[in-house]
Design a protein. Structure first.
Length: 134
């Protein structure tokens, strides 16, 4: 693949990832508001549940749309394990970031959750593109 095609493909992937990520992130954030704001769950539990809810939306959409994994490929156990592993790693990192900011700053957990989602989105794209959907 030449440099121009690589750049176009990467730009298209990033654009689709951001669109799908926006959908999954919106769902994630709504779940966070529901669990933290309405059901009064602890903020880390709310953040974890919301993150996993976003994962359920993002996997099938990213597999088919962003990374074009449709060529006679059913969902493979190996791929799911890699995908979930990436998300579990970034979940832990995101929760550490979230918990640190909750404890160290006067910022609202709602603002911290939004910042955490932005950071995790960037890391997830890199890891998914590099290790899961090569």
């Amino acid at each position: 693949m030449n440099s121009k095609n690589f750049e176009e493909t990467l730009l298209k992937r990033i654009s689709l990832y951001l669109l799908i990520g926006g959908i999954a992130t919106g769902f994630n954030y709504l779940c966070f508001i529901l669990f933290f704001g309405f059901f009064n769950f602890h903020e880390l539990i709310s953040s974890s549940v919301a993150y996993l809810a976003g994962l359920l939306i993002s996997y099938p959409l990213n597999k088919k749309m962003t990374f074009k994994q449709t060529r006679n490929q059913s969902i493979s156990r190996h791929e799911v394990i890699k995908y979930v592993s990436v998300y579990l790693i970034t979940l832990v990192l995101g929760l550490l970031f979230f918990d640190s900011l909750v404890k160290l700053t006067p910022l609202s957990p709602y603002i911290i959750q939004a910042a955490q989602l932005a950071l995790v989105t960037i890391v997830n794209f890199y890891l998914l593109n590099r290790f899961v959907f090569k």
